[in-house]
Design a protein. Sequence first.
Length: 153
Amino acid sequence: MSPDDRRDALPTSDAYPYLRAATAGLRHHTRALTAQTPNGESGPPADRPHLDSLHAHLTTLHRLLDQLAERTRPERPASGRHLATAHARLWQAADSVHAAFHLLPAPAPGGSDCHPERLPEGPPVLTICQRHLAASHAVRRKTTAADLAAPAS
């Protein structure tokens, strides 16, 4: 390995700085939500922007696990299968968050329902539904209904 190669190679601890930063952000958010106020009340309930952000994280992790499963499966089939199972479970989580988003009260009357035949009006409805539709196409290409219905192992 030449000195230039060593300079460009990341140490193992720095191999995934953005993933570690996102994980730290999620941990911080979780602590903030579970921390109780001095009068014993917990944090605020979920709102639409909160679920939109969480859905974005889940669908991004879904894509990451999809890529990891595809690259791992040829060399390590058992590990690839476990990653594919995690991929399916993340889709289920994203699907549930999407459904919860639409069950929360809309700030403006009407226009908050997800209708596949037409685009919803404005953010965050537009962004979460577009993101969810794109993720659902990826799920349909690689996951069977039986995979999604199988119990977690």
